[in-house]
Design a protein around this ligand. Structure first.
Ligand code: FAD
Ligand code: FES
Length: 362
């Protein structure tokens, strides 16, 4: 037996088996439901249930508070369907999403851009297509069913010629990975990576991508949260859509020290070449040797200082969960940003899983 899930106001519909996971069924059907961690931790998939019966699974209180749940909100990533359901999500588009695939990729290069940030280039299979929306991420499929997620830092697969005559080319994607000491996957990347190592990935995943609008955009990144933001910037710059090309963008990129803004020159040069992109770097703990003359403090606070009223903006935020949570809350409470105009991927790790949230409703 299966049920129908209807998303308003786009009226997009998909089926879900009785007791089946709502988000998984939506992704399978190519519906652009918003989501991030798929683990009840980030709150990106939170939406209002208009009607129907769902059972809400284990999640963190920061993703869905008891008050939100009492007001009819659900997390689709950990909710199962037990009748036909109508949900409200204004972030859903009426166009399909690229197919999610599993495939092998080969390490092309690994370059340290900061003491704890690695820029990886991964070669895609020549026999298979891999399409994605700028801003989406991939999962590395590890042993024992474990997965680790990383945002793609290009707007489309990049091409590199393999001979001078340009007779053949390799297609690759770029990732920016920060080392988390003691972390299963990043310890391997930083200490035991092999030349031309083969990985298995799944993707593209996630609902972090540009939505059509004529509003000016705030791009907000902390640390390697810059990866999908770089992809969005590339998308705007190479777009054939004149309206998109002319939307003003304010890029706020926060980190502790100057070295942590590992593609500072890229961001600065791009903002010079692309006048409607304003680049505002923000350091929270600049070192004396940085001789920093720019903005300091928390990056999302810099946005609020410059934009006390965000009601006419769209915000795309990515990086540390604490930054994303604070930005969502403060922008909505203090600067009148509509919750429907805040798009985010919070870089959650094992340390943020529901097991580690003492307040999580079960
Ligand atoms: C949608 C999404 C996109 C992401 N994109 C990026 C990206 O582009 N770049 C990037 O750098 N990261 C990104 N991340 C984060 C990334 O997926 C990993 O979580 C991160 O790299 C850590 O992986 P790891 O295997 O090295 O560490 P893990 O093994 O997951 O451990 C993480 C940290 O927690 C500690 N730890 C492990 N287990 C526990 C526990 N039970 N309790 C408390 N602490 C514990 C470890 O010592 C380590 O410091 C993204 C995450 C998401 C959800
Ligand atoms: S809480 Fe559902 S995707 Fe993160």
């Amino acid at each position: 037996m299966s049920f129908t899930v209807t998303i308003e106001p786009s009226a997009r519909q998909f089926s879900v088996p009785q007791g089946g996971n709502i988000l998984a069924a939506g992704i399978q059907a190519g519906i652009s439901l918003p989501y991030g961690c798929k683990d009840g931790a980030c709150g990106s998939c939170r939406c209002k249930k208009i009607s129907g019966t769902v059972v809400q699974g284990e999640h963190q209180a920061r993703a869905l508070s008891p008050e939100d749940a009492a007001n009819g909100f659900i997390l689709t990533c950990c909710a199962s369907a037990h009748s036909d359901i109508v949900l409200e999500s204004r972030q859903v588009l009426d166009v399909g999403m690229p197919a999610v695939k599993k495939m092998p990729v080969r390490l092309m290069s690994a370059e340290k851009k900061a003491p704890d940030v690695m820029l990886l280039k991964l070669q895609l299979p020549q026999t298979e297509t891999f399409e994605f929306r700028a801003g989406q991420y991939i999962d590395f499929l590890l042993k024992d069913g474990q997965k680790r997620s990383y945002s793609i830092a290009n707007d489309k697969p990049q091409v590199q010629a393999v001979d001078d005559a340009n007779t053949s080319a390799l297609r690759f994607i770029e990732l920016h990975v920060r080392h988390m000491p003691g972390g299963l996957f990043t310890d391997h990347l930083f200490h035991a990576l092999k030349d031309k190592e083969i990985f298995r990935i799944e993707g593209p995943l996630g609902g972090f991508f540009l939505r059509p609008s004529d509003k000016p955009m705030i791009f907000l990144a902390s640390g390697t949260g810059f990866a999908p933001i770089k992809a969005l910037i590339e998308q705007v710059m190479t777009s054939s859509d004149e309206a998109l090309k002319h939307r003003p963008i304010a890029l706020y990129w926060g980190a502790r020290t100057l070295a942590d803004l590992y593609l500072f020159d890229w961001a600065q040069q791009t903002s010079i070449a692309w006048p409607q992109l304003r680049f505002i770097p923000v350091l929270s703990e600049p070192k004396a040797q940085d001789a920093w003359q720019g903005r300091t403090g928390w990056v999302h606070k810099a946005v609020l200082e410059d934009h006390p009223n965000l009601s006419g903006h769209q915000v795309y935020a990515c990086g540390a969960p604490v930054m994303v949570d604070a930005a969502r809350k403060d922008f909505m409470e203090q600067a009148q940003l509509s919750g429907d105009e805040f798009f985010a991927d919070a870089f959650l790790s094992l340390a943020d899983t529901p097991k580690n949230d003492a307040q999580a409703p079960k």
